[in-house]
Design a protein around this ligand. Structure first.
Ligand code: IMP
Length: 191
């Protein structure tokens, strides 16, 4: 199996994905600057179309992952717009929107698409937990300092990569897709 090209410029995301890929003996490489962002409010739609375009362009195994934070009290906001909201409002902007809100439930969702040998595989992962009242921890990226997964007392930013991968939306989606890849053919769409 040739190396899978992970289309991202986010080194944290790539580190998390490579940590999981080692569990499966799958080789991955980081392919930055290639992600063609599709306008859609559906994560699965975004990753499938981005992965197909990158595959047509590069003609090698392609993996695209896209994620978002869905906050219950904000009716799922920022969801698929997490990247834009992170850049504009940031962690502190989200905490401001949540000021005085007692329902702090939220979930991270991840969608992954893998195109290899003219096969298209897709998977999703989710982790739910709570939004903190102030940022905690120096690790990770994005909204990691304000999210505590269920069953933990630490934020994602207070965990190592492998600890985060025990809970995370991304690790769950990546494990599912590598299982599909290695057990092969079920649920695959052929190009
Ligand atoms: P992306 O489009 O998958 O890069 O994710 C969109 C945004 O969601 C990112 O800019 C982050 O702010 C946030 N995000 C996605 N995944 C995570 C995560 O694992 N931890 C913290 N924030 C995340």
């Amino acid at each position: 199996m040739p190396k899978i090209c992970v289309v991202t410029s986010n080194t944290h995301k790539f580190d998390e994905i490579s940590d999981v890929s080692r569990e499966y003996g799958v080789e991955v490489e980081m392919c930055p600057g290639l992600k063609l962002e599709i306008q859609s409010d559906n994560l699965e739609d975004i990753v499938l179309k981005s992965a197909l375009l990158a595959y047509l362009y590069l003609n090698k195994p392609i993996l695209v992952e896209d994620a978002g934070l869905f906050i219950n009290a904000l009716n799922g906001f920022p969801g698929p717009y997490s990247s834009y909201v992170y850049k504009t409002l940031g962690v502190n902007g989200i905490l401001k929107l949540m000021d005085g809100v007692t329902n702090r439930r939220a979930c991270f969702k991840s969608a992954v698409a893998l195109v290899v040998n003219n096969r298209v595989l897709s998977a999703q992962g989710e982790v739910c937990g709570v939004i903190t009242t102030y940022p905690r921890g120096q690790g990770g990226f994005g909204f990691d300092p304000i999210f505590i997964p269920d069953g933990e007392s630490r934020t994602f930013a207070e965990m190592s990569v492998s600890e985060k991968n025990k809970h995370s939306h991304r690790a769950k989606a990546i494990r599912k897709i590598f299982e599909l890849l290695l057990n092969v053919n079920h649920n695959a769409t052929y190009l």
